[in-house]
Design a protein around this ligand. Structure first.
Ligand SMILES: [Zn+2]
Length: 335
């Protein structure tokens, strides 16, 4: 034992803001691993998903869809894209319990890009993993001639993300994660179909679903075909645990994503021409900050289909309580 048993007096660094900066410095890829929004652009397009968020945990909020954005700021950053319209979570939604006293889009009856007042409508949110079917090609490795063209498996689609060093430069190492999708869609034509499947199996997470876009515009329906379980990736399995790990390591938090789209900063950045967001993220009167360009929020797929939703009266009201803590982005998604 050393005689010098008394620990030295340490003057620890303190402060949440400083800690956040330190974390970003220590882990510069923080925030660059956002989930992709689910979207099928054209009639007949299809994909395969494994729902991560089950029926009882689907978040639903009032949303404004296809709301025109204000003019792009002067100081756009290289490569930024300023979308002509964006969605927004309605600040009058009862889940916010009066936290917001104004709502630029509601208060001013702003019209959507279709020329109609963009009244908020119920939209749902869920996380999924994008998958793909593997069909036999006649070789023994894929089941032999008897399985030619038949589904022999389903595998995860993979996102390769550059690992970055302390200066933000690529190390050349690719980090591989399952591709996480954020699904933000209406009940009608999408989640209602999933709900019917939930009625069959009492979960939507135990098998893969092939989703096909059927139609366009407000008549769009998304056909869901269940794929027989061909690999054991159900909740509770090690593979499912990898999904949870990927979501946590990529910093994907569905509650925070929803809450973020109702904030002062979000409305100031995209919609309210009298305000802007300065480089420190503060909302300031227009012209007094140096508005920064578009950052990581852009994904036109996120806007859903316009004017097609019906109120989700068939979801139990107690689901509301699940988003009572919106705006608390610290915790990883519930497993
Ligand atoms: Zn609103």
């Amino acid at each position: 034992m050393t005689a010098n048993a008394t620990p030295p007096v340490i003057n620890f660094r303190r402060g949440g803001t400083a800690a956040e900066e330190a974390e970003k410095e220590a882990n510069p890829s923080y925030g660059r691993r956002e989930a992709k929004f689910f979207g099928l652009k054209n009639d007949g397009d299809q994909t395969v998903v494994r729902l991560i968020t089950d029926h009882d945990d689907w978040i639903y909020v009032l949303q404004h869809s296809f709301m025109p954005t204000k003019p792009a700021p002067q100081k756009k950053e290289e490569g930024d894209y300023w979308p002509p319209s964006m969605m927004a979570v309605c600040r009058k939604d009862e889940v916010f319990a009066g936290h917001y006293t104004d709502d630029y889009l509601c208060d001013n009856k702003i019209k959507n890009t279709f020329g109609k007042v963009g009244n908020p409508q119920v939209r749902l949110w869920a996380l999924a993993i994008e998958r793909e079917v593997v069909r036999g090609d006649g070789t023994d490795a894929l089941g032999g001639p008897a399985h030619k063209d038949l589904i022999v498996g389903v595998r995860d689609k993979i996102d390769e993300i550059d690992e970055l060093d302390s200066e933000g430069k690529s190390t050349g190492v690719k980090l591989r994660y399952p591709r996480v999708l954020v699904i933000n869609m209406p009940m009608k034509g999408f989640f209602s179909n999933l709900k019917a499947l939930y009625g069959l199996h009492k979960t939507v997470c135990d098998r893969d679903y092939e989703i096909t876009r059927d139609g366009s515009g407000k008549d769009t329906n998304y056909r869901m075909v269940q794929i027989d379980p061909v690999a054991d990736v159900a909740p509770g399995t090690p593979h499912w645990g990898q999904y949870q790990t990927a979501i946590a390591e990529r910093g994907i938090n569905l509650d925070a994503m929803v809450a973020e789209r109702a904030t002062d900063a979000y409305y100031a950045k995209w919609f309210d021409p009298t305000k802007e967001v300065d480089k420190d993220g503060n909302v300031v009167p227009a012209g007094t900050g140096s508005a920064v360009g578009a950052v990581s929020l852009i994904n036109l797929d996120a806007q859903g289909t316009p004017a097609a939703a019906t109120p989700a009266a068939d979801i139990s009201p107690d689901l509301r309580s699940r988003i009572a803590n919106l705006g608390v982005p610290a915790a990883p998604p519930a497993s």
